[in-house]
Design a protein around this ligand. Structure first.
Ligand code: AMP
Ligand code: ZN
Length: 469
């Protein structure tokens, strides 16, 4: 398995620190709003990396934080006149719902920055003791960037170029830094903001220190993979490396993975630019499996431009897989109990070549675009050879292969294809109950869930009728 490492700018063979295990940290969102589909890209991409590694037999310890103390959260709390924990809790819950709807597995641990303040103070203390950090007059603690000789190794930036770019800060005197390159580890409290006591001043941590500390606490000093969107390379990940390696004296992460942007009209989708769609917006129009398919249709290091056309293409691509499984289910239901013939054995072996192709694509830096193409070849093969008169064992063999590969991509095809009449009836009954209880939101949700799966409801005088679209 080869992974493109931002550190070396090359694809490298993946060799885990501990045999059979992967320690992986993915920077998570700042929780002050519903996540947009740009934020969803790293979630889907790295969830797929995780699933593939699990498929290869690795035990993956996957840690992804929520940044729950931040200027934007505080601003929103002030706007609503509530405590900032009300905002962060609300959007963590909403984010978890979106993740589940996109079939992104929950992390092994989802630490919250505000629960890890003690650890952050400990690391800052260590950095002070080692001379990598200092306290300014106002209580702000800075990292002494020039002391970390390898600063710039991830973003391939040269310290002197950076110094030029930062000169203005020094001249303005607005910051009490020794050097324009120094960055904040701890900052004094401001009126009305959340704060914690520390040896330096009452205040709160800078953003970068949280990931260094949570990664160390849940995964250890040295980890295999650290990941996030490419906007995090500099300064966030560069600063994380400086803090962790200066404090721990060990290489922080072996492989650094970064996804390219999800764009809209060729510009990065972002909250601040206002050019975004939330995952929730997309779910009004599409099954989120379609969004997942769309994200995986491009290599994670290529920019991906969001458009209605590409979403429609993703929809038909996804449906092609679902339909094939649905047909197989129908055929299996009607197949005779005959033994798998020799010819069928050979065909199943041939179908195995598409699994090998899938693995080959994923082994090459998680080329999900080619991996999906391998699934399509398998689907085409299944559509060609499945039919009346085939044994149930053969049909099931084909179906299992399609489902196994889709599952590695986190694409649910069985549930959709296998929505049985009984499931429809029970959802309709639940909808009737909800309506009786005047829970119209739930009733509408059920109608939508069914319509997403091609089931149309009609409320008649005799009761609810339904049909498959
Ligand atoms: P944030 O909440 O802005 O810190 O972002 C959380 C994660 O989403 C980070 O890994 C970002 O790099 C990533 N991200 C934000 N916007 C985009 C985008 N338009 N395309 C891809 N990744 C993004
Ligand atoms: Zn981070």
């Amino acid at each position: 398995m080869r992974i493109y490492n931002t550190l070396s700018k090359q694809k490298e063979e993946f060799v885990p620190i501990e045999e059979g295990k992967v320690r992986m940290y993915v920077c998570g969102p700042t929780v002050y709003n519903l996540i947009h589909i740009g934020n969803a890209r790293p979630m889907i991409v790295f969830d797929t990396v995780r699933r593939y590694m699990e498929h290869k037999g690795f035990e993956v310890n996957y840690v992804s934080n929520f940044t729950d103390v931040d200027d934007k959260i505080i601003k929103k709390a002030v706007e609503e006149g509530v405590d900032s924990t009300v905002i962060s809790k609300r959007y963590i819950e909403e984010c978890k719902k979106d993740m589940a709807a996109m079939n992104v597995k929950p992390a092994t641990v989802h630490p919250l920055a505000t629960n890890e303040i003690d650890g952050m103070c400990d690391m800052i203390e260590t950095l002070m003791e080692k001379g990598y950090a200092y306290k300014a007059e106002d209580g702000t603690v800075y990292f002494r960037t020039r002391c970390f000789k390898e600063y710039g190794k991830l973003s391939h930036k040269n310290l002197d170029d950076l110094q030029g770019g930062n000169r203005e800060l020094l001249v303005s005197g607005a910051e009490q830094k020794e050097d324009g390159l120094d960055f904040v580890l701890w900052k004094p409290k401001k009126e009305g903001e959340p704060y914690w006591e520390s040896p330096w001043c009452s205040g709160r941590p800078g953003w970068h220190i949280e990931c260094s500390v949570m990664s160390k606490k849940y995964l250890g000093d040295e980890i295999d993979i650290h990941a996030g969107g490419e906007d995090l390379v500099f300064p966030h990940h560069e600063n994380e490396i400086a803090q962790s390696e200066a404090a721990n004296g060990k290489t922080f992460a072996k492989y650094w993975m970064h996804n390219a942007f999800l764009n809209i009209d060729n510009r990065k989708m972002s909250k601040s630019a206002g050019n975004f769609f939330t995952v929730r917006d997309i779910s009004e129009k599409y099954d989120l499996q379609v969004l997942r398919f769309f994200m995986l249709s491009a290599h994670y290091r290529s920019p991906l431009n969001f458009s209605g056309e590409l979403m429609e293409a993703a929809k038909s691509g996804y449906e092609r897989i679902v339909t094939s499984v649905s047909n197989l289910n129908y055929l299996i239901g009607n197949a005779a109990d005959a033994a798998v013939s020799e010819e069928e054995e050979n065909l199943l072996r041939e179908a195995g070549t598409f699994e090998a192709k899938f693995d080959e694509a994923m082994d090459d830096d998680f080329n999900t675009a080619d991996a999906l193409a391998a699934i399509f070849e398998l689907v085409k093969f299944a559509n060609t050879y499945a039919g009346e008169g085939r044994s149930a064992g053969f049909l099931k063999g084909l179906k299992d292969k399609i489902i196994a590969l889709s599952d590695i991509c986190g694409l649910i095809v069985e549930k959709e294809a296998g929505l049985l009449d009984a499931d429809v009836e029970s959802l309709i009954a639940e909808r009737q109950e909800a309506r009786k209880a005047k829970n119209f939101a739930r009733a509408d949700e059920i109608r939508k869930e069914l319509s997403d799966k091609g089931i149309l409801l009609e409320d008649t005088r005799e009761g609810v009728k339904w049909k498959r679209a």
